[in-house]
Design a protein around this ligand. Sequence first.
Ligand SMILES: [Zn+2]
Length: 395
Amino acid sequence: MEMAKIGATSRGGSNRQALSDEDAAGRALFLEWAHAAGCQSEVDEIGNLFVRRLGRDDSLPPVLVGSHLDTQPTGGRFDGVYGVLGGLEVIESLNDSDTETEAPIELAVWTNEEGARFQYSMMGSAVWSGKLSLGAARSLVDVDGISVGQELDRLGWAGKRSAVPRPYVATFELHIEQGPILEAEELEVGVVTGVQGFRWYTINLHGSPAHAGPTPMDGRSDPARAIAGIVSNVYAMAADFAPWSRATFAQFASEPTSPNTVPERLTCSLDLRHPEASTLDEMEARFREIVNSECGGLGVQSEIIVDNNSPPVAFDRTCIEAVQVSVDELGYSNQRMVSGAGHDACYVASECPTSMIFVPCEGGLSHNEAESITAAQAARGASVLLGAVRKMAKV
Ligand SMILES: [Zn+2]
């Protein structure tokens, strides 16, 4: 709640967009707490912040925890923040009980997870894992033309540590679920086994403009009619792959924008998701067939552009098991699940053994100022994280 005072919004949420003064103030407060807990801190070239609790053998690969402190413009108080402060709570709990771990513990605060101000989600962990070059990340600009590089330099976040992976024995990201499943099932904890893959497409349809009055319905090459068939058939196709499939159409635009002219061009976006790559392939193939058949009969030309292809992520079995054992020892009700949203853990998982822990959030709401969890829910997730860290860092 202290952190949520920084960038507080009128409706009870948080606005600490990446690399803003509010983001910096949030980090400063976090660092004050981390230093008070006896941790050392270091910043890498893309501004990822790492704090470290020494291990008995400090040369061992650490256990990494953490998440992000930046928020959406009308974000909630827990998305990301919970994983960072839950990690700090683990360190403070170990301090309180005078517990040494064999391996050190590192807590990461990744830069620009949200991709709201600078539109590249999970930017800091993308650079760290080699998915995005440092130069490309520094060149990203916000709507005012201010670049990531300028802001990193202004805030003093362009650190000396190289933004490259280091060996970690295990990494865990604690996060709110951001969906309704745990609450609906009345479960206390989600043991996360992976993250859904997603693909973003732009659908461009090209027909023939015509007068809305004199032109008979049968004689039109109408891209609006084609998209109507595409949308309803893709929804039906997604239902065939339930319950984990997702299909989302958005960003509709037509040209010319006249109410009494059949549009010549129509464009929209489609986001397809599924936890299994082979199923996602099948969904894409069916989607392409649907576009061809709906457009063919109408004389509408179509083009499908793949804008983004984020493959599904399967987390590490040992890390998943460490979380499961911790949950079972604590006796919390739980289920295994996949994450519908992307997280820094997706990129981290490509380099190190990784898994995630979810707690339910009220009404499944997230990216929303009303985002909420109870103190008891927060404590359960942090306790599970503590158990998993103790196991992997070896007490
Ligand atoms: Zn998040």
